[in-house]
Design a protein around this ligand. Structure first.
Ligand code: LLP
Length: 423
């Protein structure tokens, strides 16, 4: 469920018409609903607690939508943060996420980032390889610290979905094998600079079937039991993120309730363990839209109709990168028959096509359209390609809205660069 609905013939975010925001802030613009963010976090938390999984650490995956106001909205509800860079640690801290709820993931952390994480006091560094374990050990020892680490396991499970976002197969770059994890965990217990606190896995994103998650989690449970049987302490089991969000016209993901019930079943009888989760998309995706304006309609003699928008692949990369489907809705729908459109942006490459032959109601130049389910991996993946300014971000709460990232100016863009002394 989300809070983008037609009210009086106009698409609104909570109680604010999207057209009002577009007039005031300009287009393209990302608009987020506080109520949807809050609802998704709360539904997941209640499902996990309700299934008897104790008080889990829900470390929201900052990469999905890293706007500080979005992070603060979730932090106020008790969310932690799953981060993959020093920049994301800094964002989480700026949003008021307590360091003891920050989990630091990623296959290639630098010594500098590890030192920063340790200074910050993050609750867990998810170690993805043997060299990284040694690096964390060395950095922590040099600082006179002992780093809490979890070993990221690659359970070799096919998560389904797009190959570019599958992470849990043996040939993906993430984590170590189950047997390697067992050895590294035991080694880590004898290192002066690290303290192994748990194991972690994350097998992919936009997962719409519980079976691969169940297979991976079963392997993780067996690993925890083997480690404990060897006399090693395991305090936390981090099950990553990956639960899909409902994109219109796409396979329906399991509900948080079904997800939690499956985990409770797989983990039954496992005690003295905190569960951690790293959800991104299921919290943020349906909490955001990208609003764009129709620049013009290019009608070809052969019948093909291009809807040229002022938003482009630099603003929303997912269709170009993953052939992702985003529902496109007129902000003020007109009566009339549906007709096929190729929806494109102004960028100078054919890849800047959001969709082909999409059936849409009548549209005219100047109309506003909204790309739905754009709150996750939307603004976070945007760029200035073609020297287009980053789209602003707006957060709505009830009848109020705030610009939480203004559109930069062209002067801001140029001021970041310098000329070389010989030019
Ligand atoms: N934890 C780790 C270690 C991850 O790598 C990811 C996502 C997550 C958690 C959050 O996964 P989620 O719950 O959001 O599925 N840009 C792509 C998605 C990339 C996901 C990368 N890792 C897209 O737009 O579809």
């Amino acid at each position: 469920m989300n809070h983008f609905e037609l009210k009086g013939g106009e698409l609104t975010c909570e109680d604010v018409p999207l057209a009002r925001i577009a007039e005031a802030v300009g287009t393209p613009v990302y608009v987020y609903s506080s109520a949807t963010l809050e609802r998704h976090y709360t539904v997941l938390r209640d499902a996990l607690v309700g299934a008897g999984l104790g008080e889990p650490l829900i470390a929201y995956a900052v990469k999905a939508n890293s706007n500080v106001a979005v992070l603060r909205t979730l932090a106020r509800l008790g969310a932690g943060a799953d981060v993959v860079s020093e920049g994301e640690i800094r964002r989480a801290l700026a949003a008021g996420v307590p360091p003891e709820r920050i989990v630091f993931s990623g296959v290639g952390k630098t010594a500098g980032e590890i030192a920063f994480a340790l200074e910050t006091g993050v609750c867990e560094i998810n170690v993805e390889s043997e060299p990284e374990l040694h690096l964390v050990n060395a950095v922590a020892q040099a600082m006179g610290r002992r780093a809490a680490v979890a070993i990221r396991v690659n359970p070799d499970v096919e998560a389904g979905g797009h190959a570019k976002i599958s992470t849990g197969k043996a040939d993906n770059k993430f984590g170590v094998s189950l047997s390697q994890a067992e050895r590294l965990y035991a080694n880590a217990a004898n290192m002066a600079g690290v303290r192994p606190v748990g194991v972690t896995c994350h097998i992919g994103s936009q997962i719409t079937d519980l079976a691969p998650l169940e297979a991976a989690f079963g392997k993780m449970r067996a690993l925890v039991e083997r480690l404990r049987a060897e006399g090693l302490a395991v305090e936390r089991l981090d099950l990553g993120g990956g639960l899909g969000a409902p994109y219109f016209n796409q396979p329906t993901p399991p509900t948080p309730g079904d997800y939690a019930a499956m985990i409770a079943r797989v983990m039954a009888g496992l005690t003295d363990l905190q569960f951690a989760f790293e959800p991104g998309r299921m919290i943020a995706a349906n909490a955001g839209v990208l609003v764009a304006r129709v620049l013009h309609i290019n009608q070809r003699p052969d019948g093909r109709r291009f809807l040229v928008l002022d938003a482009a692949m630099n603003d929303l990369l997912r269709p170009a990168m993953y052939d992702a489907y985003h529902d496109i809705r007129p902000v003020a729908p007109r009566e009339g028959d549906l007709a096929p459109y190729d929806v494109v942006g102004p960028i100078c490459e054919t890849g800047d096509t959001f969709t082909r032959d999409r059936l849409l109601p009548p549209l005219e130049a100047g109309d506003l359209v909204a790309f739905m389910t754009a709150g996750a991996y939307g603004a976070a993946m945007s760029s200035e390609y073609n020297s287009r300014l980053l789209a602003p971000e707006v957060l709505v709460k009830g009848a109020d809205y705030a610009v939480v990232r203004p559109r930069p100016t062209y002067d801001d863009m140029l001021a970041r660069e310098r000329t070389a002394p010989w030019l």
